[in-house]
Design a protein around this ligand. Structure first.
Ligand SMILES: NC(=O)c1ccc[n+]([C@@H]2O[C@H](COP(=O)([O-])OP(=O)(O)OC[C@H]3O[C@@H](n4cnc5c(N)ncnc54)[C@H](O)[C@@H]3O)[C@@H](O)[C@H]2O)c1
Ligand SMILES: O=P(O)(O)OC[C@H](O)CO
Length: 315
């Protein structure tokens, strides 16, 4: 995403916590482990050390960490009195608390001018400047405008949306559903089953999102249906890969270890189901994913349980 901001003519600093890694990237102008074949723009400045040096004069701060690191990063910005808009890219819930990103921000940095970027976007394709459409979500119109100004360009279309809850629920629940479709595809349950999981999964996402205060239309947009289709079917998805590995017979620990990357859906599943139960929202597919991840259900039992549900009206 740092590379994506470059064609828009901005001065971009990529800060990383691992000095050796940042040094290696600065020398090679590449990150072969994550972004194979991508060369960084010559103007992209790479920095480590004191993060405040990187964002002190920034017009916009973008946090590209997993959910587990969001609280500490936001707290540091809040404590240092950051006045620039701050946006996160993570999708999911905080593992320790089950909170969505904007809820974490409300706890640690309520005065930050905050927003997020979401939508169907594998990092590799964004870095390759493949055409991509994203959502800039914030309750603050100026933050949305700043994000659009920073990233909208020849390869990225950025749409605004003020429904932060809806956008974040979509980004979290699609991870859980991608595990489910990965499992179904790994078990060769067929294309009909995959389409059914995506569609009924979208219904679950929408029900939960509305119960949490999101708007129905958001779930039909890029951060809902769009990201669900991408993550549930795209071979670059880590969450889908977890499902495929479970279908091969790996345990959850083995699957997460062999993945070697963060798969937010593993933490999301339990938190999403817990929220749904509290709100009396039915989410049978997400419930089945939790049963599978916890080792309480075997894949065949999960399929049988979902198929044995009472007939119901579609809407
Ligand atoms: N990779 C993608 O295609 C993609 C696309 C859209 C959104 N996301 C979301 O973005 C988030 C990050 O995903 P990723 O694939 O970039 O993960 P990642 O594991 O590659 O981590 C991203 C960066 O965060 C750093 N980091 C990790 N823990 C940290 C900490 N405690 N403090 C500071 N930095 C820390 C890592 O060193 C790394 O540089 C996830 O929530 C993911 O769902 C990823
Ligand atoms: O690789 P995943 O499953 O974390 O998905 C990455 C992005 O969220 C896709 O939009």
């Amino acid at each position: 995403i740092s590379a994506a901001a470059h064609p828009a003519g901005h001065h971009v600093v990529l800060w990383g916590r691992d000095a050796a890694q940042v040094d290696a990237m600065a020398r090679s102008r590449a990150n072969p482990r994550y972004l194979a074949g991508v060369t960084f723009p010559t103007s992209l400045l790479l920095q480590s050390g004191d993060a405040r040096e990187a964002w002190r004069d920034a017009d916009l701060v973008v946090l590209g960490t997993p959910m587990a690191a969001l609280r500490a990063q936001l707290a540091a910005l809040a404590e240092a009195g950051c006045t620039a808009p701050v946006a996160w890219l993570c999708k999911g819930v905080e593992p320790a608390s089950g909170l969505f990103p904007h809820e974490v921000q409300a706890e640690v940095g309520p005065r930050l001018r905050a927003g997020l970027l979401s939508g169907p976007s594998f990092a590799l394709e964004v870095a390759q400047a493949q055409p991509t459409a994203l959502v800039a979500a914030s309750a603050d119109a100026e933050v949305r405008e700043r994000l659009v100004a920073a990233f909208h360009g020849p390869a990225l279309r950025v749409y605004g949306n003020d429904d932060v809850t809806g956008v974040e629920v979509g980004g979290a629940v699609k991870n859980v559903l991608a595990i489910a479709t990965g499992l179904a595809d790994g078990l060769a349950l067929g294309l009909n089953a995959r389409a059914a999981l995506i569609t009924r999964g979208l219904t679950e996402m929408t029900r939960l999102g509305i119960a949490l205060g999101g708007r129905a239309e958001t779930f039909m947009g890029l951060s809902g249906l769009g990201d669900l289709v991408l993550t549930a079917t795209g071979h670059l998805s880590r969450n889908r890969r977890v499902g495929l590995l479970l279908a091969e017979g790996q345990t959850l620990d083995e699957a997460v270890r062999s993945l070697g990357h963060v798969a937010e859906g593993v933490n999301c599943a339990r938190a999403v189901v817990q929220r749904a139960r509290q709100l009396e929202v039915e989410m049978p597919i997400a419930e089945a994913v939790v049963g599978l991840l916890d080792g309480r259900l075997r894949p065949a039992d999960a399929v049988a349980a979902l198929m044995a549900r009472e007939p119901a009206q579609e809407i």
